[in-house]
Write a protein that binds this ligand. Structure first.
Ligand SMILES: [Fe+2]
Length: 200
């Protein structure tokens, strides 16, 4: 499946207005088809390590959904974050990453009490769903290996705002609102056109 077909299929899926679990199921299948028919290995040769991850937007600014390719340098990790109640799917397309899901166990004075639901290791196009709800969308991604890794993220609505979870006491985390606009974000998350990174 080409990128343009994935975009078209996502647009059609959105128009069906399915309930979350059904939409997530179909989205995961689309992501599996796309990742199975594209090679992302070349991304792993791209740059030296400084412990960061980079995000490349594969959708147009006019698209009302996001397809993001993230590259993970050795021993890099994201902050704990949510996904603005979107439906999404994350697939490892090269290397190996670890996802830690968190669940909200209580609303605390300064934010949320969250507990880890455990780590899960991903490789070889495994797809992890993201669903609305406090217990189904908070996570942290990490590359704990000595090699580069890459993941593909599809969100059914454009994810330009979400929360970071900043630890401040015991299991309590403050919610930090985050605006993300790819053309303006200078935190090592450059835009790359699909042609430039070799994804068709
Ligand atoms: Fe995420």
């Amino acid at each position: 499946m080409h990128l343009r077909s994935l975009r078209q299929n996502i647009q059609e899926l959105k128009q069906l207005n399915l309930e979350s679990a059904q939409a997530s199921y179909h989205l995961a299948n689309l992501v599996k088809q796309f990742t199975a028919h594209n090679s992302f290995e070349h991304l792993l040769r791209s740059r030296s390590s400084n412990g960061l991850y980079r995000r490349h937007r594969l959708t147009e600014l006019t698209d009302d959904f996001h397809i993001i390719l993230a590259t993970w340098e050795p021993h890099s990790c994201s902050p704990i974050h949510d996904h603005d109640e979107t439906i999404g799917a994350v697939a490892v397309v090269a290397g190996q990453t670890v996802e830690t899901k968190y669940r909200c166990v209580a609303h605390a004075e300064r934010g949320l009490c969250v507990g880890s639901s455990g780590n899960e290791s991903f490789a070889n196009c495994t797809v992890s769903p993201i669903l609305p709800g406090d217990n189904l969308q908070i996570h942290q991604m990490a590359n704990q290996t000595d090699a580069l890794a890459a993941t593909l993220h599809v969100y059914l609505h454009a994810l330009d705002r979400f929360h970071l979870y900043e630890h401040h006491a015991d299991r309590q985390y403050a919610l930090i609102p985050k605006q993300l606009w790819f053309d303006q974000d200078s935190v090592d998350r450059p835009i790359a056109e699909p042609a430039l990174i070799g994804v068709s």
